[in-house]
Write a protein that binds this ligand. Structure first.
Ligand code: AHR
Length: 634
């Protein structure tokens, strides 16, 4: 192998390796959003879904859901608890999202909006119970007065249980109204009250992602336009955020999730905040006036597209505008007077055809006039076989009458496809729009098959392909694996990058590959050649090389997909010196079917060791089926 360290081919965009977030597989509610109560405001299609009546000590009473309708659009329903006996306790329990994960010694904050209707005060007993029904934590709350007010109580769990439940019981004859019944762990990401699960965010932050794409995916589009993602409904006080059925609800033919709705506790403000926390560029994708074309193909008439375009303009103001502007003021009211400095907007997800082109052009015209500083991301049309989303197949790549900055390609393909397509971008037009490899993942059985595995074969093949993305950093400016999260008891799609249950989370081998690339990105691509040719599969090897101008290092990524060890010798040209010691970080398994699991989360995880460098030559023994990243100071 030869590395030509002084022949810079392209800059590696700081956004190169990023994260794609979608509320699929219980990614948000029941996932990263740490709320433990399911259907906290009774707004699910079936108002009492997740709740059950509870009576203790001979108590009697009734539970009745009231609906305020248009008078309270964001949150029309609340629950009236009428206790009709003097003895005992009467109320309800919540099952959580496949139970509630609680840990011994940890604190849990209970919140409720409540008002007393009777003069006699009704007290609330709040309990955590384990799977056997034993109490593992308790607190009390006494609502005061006839106006709605938020109350808080803290419960300390006395035992660990991944499937605890919450009981809310009223004591004393009379009536009390309850809404937004909520339980959050006190330990959240950055200890923000009512915040995110810290273990899940930490896994993302550890990747040091260059961008954070949200909120999807198909979820942007909705099955119908009414059910599309509308960012304005996801900001402001959480009790005013209007719930929507999730595009991935079982009702739409998916698995395991009849109870999948979006509470939007994780809304656009929180997405921007997460991006900022991770030092990632925020990358929102907006609905372009089209519902999911795989469902209804519903579109908004061109004459009514203005509302959608206005949503984009208002989003720019929300993210970047001064606090004097109406939307900038809302951001400030939520606690972030400084702008979020958003630089990108995606117009639509997986859309195609004339309808998309005319809608995109209308967006591009207005956004170019009013916000030339915002880079626009367009979606592509599918491959001829109808499955993937492909730049070469879109009219947008050569469009002259509208600005097209970055095109979003998606590919869910077999592991072999990833290895065979490491050269995919070698022939792309260097002067055309840039590429966002916005969703990709090896499908080990078939696209979105429930039997797909996050195994080493898939992950290693993605690594081989990613060397091709990096070699072509002059064209490819962003890339992200998809989907991101999956709950082991509530998923619709495999494979996924990070798996969780109610208490645990782990990165798959695919996660380890993504992290290895994004934490070793470098700033500029330089050639690495094998017998004078780019390394794109010769003897099963794939390679890319960058230098990092900030740290003055050479970074090599070499994937050996063959079943044999190979001895690599890298002759580094074009450097004055190379330090004698470097490091190599290796992901490897002899078993292509190897996966990481809750029990063995580190089966495939990085192992680092020192390597010797002599006379500007790096000797690298490469194990079979290995991904190797070498760093050497120049
Ligand atoms: O990542 C899962 C889905 O795959 C996304 O929602 C969609 O964009 C693609 O079809």
């Amino acid at each position: 192998f030869t590395v030509k360290a002084n022949e810079i081919q392209a800059e590696v965009a700081p956004t190169m390796w990023g994260v794609f977030f979608e509320d699929i597989n219980l990614g948000a509610d029941g996932g990263i959003y740490a709320e433990l109560v399911k259907n906290r405001s009774f707004e699910f299609k079936t108002p009492m879904m997740g709740w059950k009546e509870e009576k203790r000590g001979g108590a009697e009473g009734t539970l009745l859901v009231h609906n305020r309708g248009a008078a309270q659009l964001g949150n029309p329903r609340f629950l009236r608890v009428a206790v009709k006996s003097d003895q005992g306790e009467y109320g309800l329990s919540n099952e959580g999202f496949r139970g509630m994960g609680v840990k011994k010694g940890d604190k849990y904050n209970f919140y409720v909006l409540a008002r007393q209707l009777s003069d006699a005060k009704i007290g609330l007993v709040v309990e955590l119970v384990d799977q056997k029904g034993e109490r593992i934590g308790t607190a009390t709350v006494t609502p005061e007065g006839k106006d709605w007010k938020e109350y808080k109580a803290t419960i300390t769990a006395t035992a660990t249980d991944p499937k605890a439940q919450l009981l809310v019981l009223a004591k004393g004859r009379g009536e009390v109204d309850l809404d937004m019944i909520s339980l959050f762990p006190e330990k959240t990401w950055k200890n923000r009250p009512k915040g995110m699960r810290p273990d899940m965010v930490q896994l993302l932050a550890d990747m040091k992602p260059g961008f954070f794409r949200f909120p999807g995916g198909c979820i942007v589009e909705g099955r119908t336009l009414d059910e599309r993602f509308q960012w304005k409904k996801t900001i402001g006080p959480i009790e005013t955020r209007e719930l929507t059925v999730n595009r991935w609800n079982t009702e739409f033919g998916h698995r395991l999730t009849p109870d999948y709705f979006q509470s939007f506790g994780l809304g656009f403000f929180e997405y921007f905040q997460l991006a900022e926390d991770m030092g990632a560029e925020p990358l929102p994708i907006l609905n372009c006036g089209m519902a999911c074309q795989f469902n209804t193909a519903e579109v908004v008439p061109m004459a009514q597209l203005d509302t959608y375009i206005q949503d984009a303009l208002d989003l720019i103001e929300f993210a970047n505008g001064s606090v004097e502007t109406p939307w900038g003021k809302k951001r400030a009211e939520m606690g972030h007077p400084e702008p979020f400095n958003m630089k990108y907007i995606g117009v639509g997800n997986e859309q195609w055809g004339e309808q998309y082109v005319e809608r995109y052009k209308a967006f591009a015209k207005v956004l170019t006039e009013k916000h030339p500083e915002i880079q626009l991301i367009t979606t592509t049309g599918p491959f001829p076989d109808g499955k993937e989303f492909d730049y070469l197949n879109t009219t947008l790549r050569s469009m002259k009458d509208a600005r097209v900055d970055i095109i979003d390609e998606h590919y869910y393909r077999a592991p072999e496809w990833f290895r065979e397509n490491a050269t995919r971008y070698d022939s792309y037009d260097r002067n055309g729009p840039k590429i966002f490899a916005g969703e990709y993942a090896s499908q080990t059985v078939a696209i979105a098959s429930p039997d797909n595995k996050n195994n080493w074969n898939g992950a290693m093949s993605e690594a081989a392909f990613m060397t091709g993305l990096e070699r072509n950093a002059g064209v490819v400016v962003m890339a992200s694996y998809a989907p991101l999260f999956a709950h082991i008891e509530g998923w619709q799609w495999t494979p996924d990058m990070i798996w969780v249950d109610n208490l645990r989370s782990f990165g798959t081998p695919n996660y380890q590959v993504q992290k290895l690339f994004s934490t070793n990105s470098g700033t500029h691509v330089v050639p690495v050649l094998r017998n004078n040719k780019p390394v794109t599969g010769q003897d099963g090897t794939y390679a890319s090389a960058t230098i990092d101008k900030a740290t003055n290092e050479l970074i090599l990524k070499i994937v050996n997909t063959s079943d044999r060890p190979q001895q690599g010798e890298f002759v580094v040209d074009g450097v004055k010196k190379l330090q004698q010691k470097g490091t190599v970080t290796v992901l490897q398994s002899d078993n292509l079917n190897q996966e990481n699991t809750f029990e063995n989360p580190d089966a495939i995880s990085p192992k680092q060791q020192q390597i010797q460098v002599k006379d500007k030559k790096i000797k690298l023994p490469m194990k079979p089926y290995s991904v190797n990243v070498v760093r050497v100071k120049m």
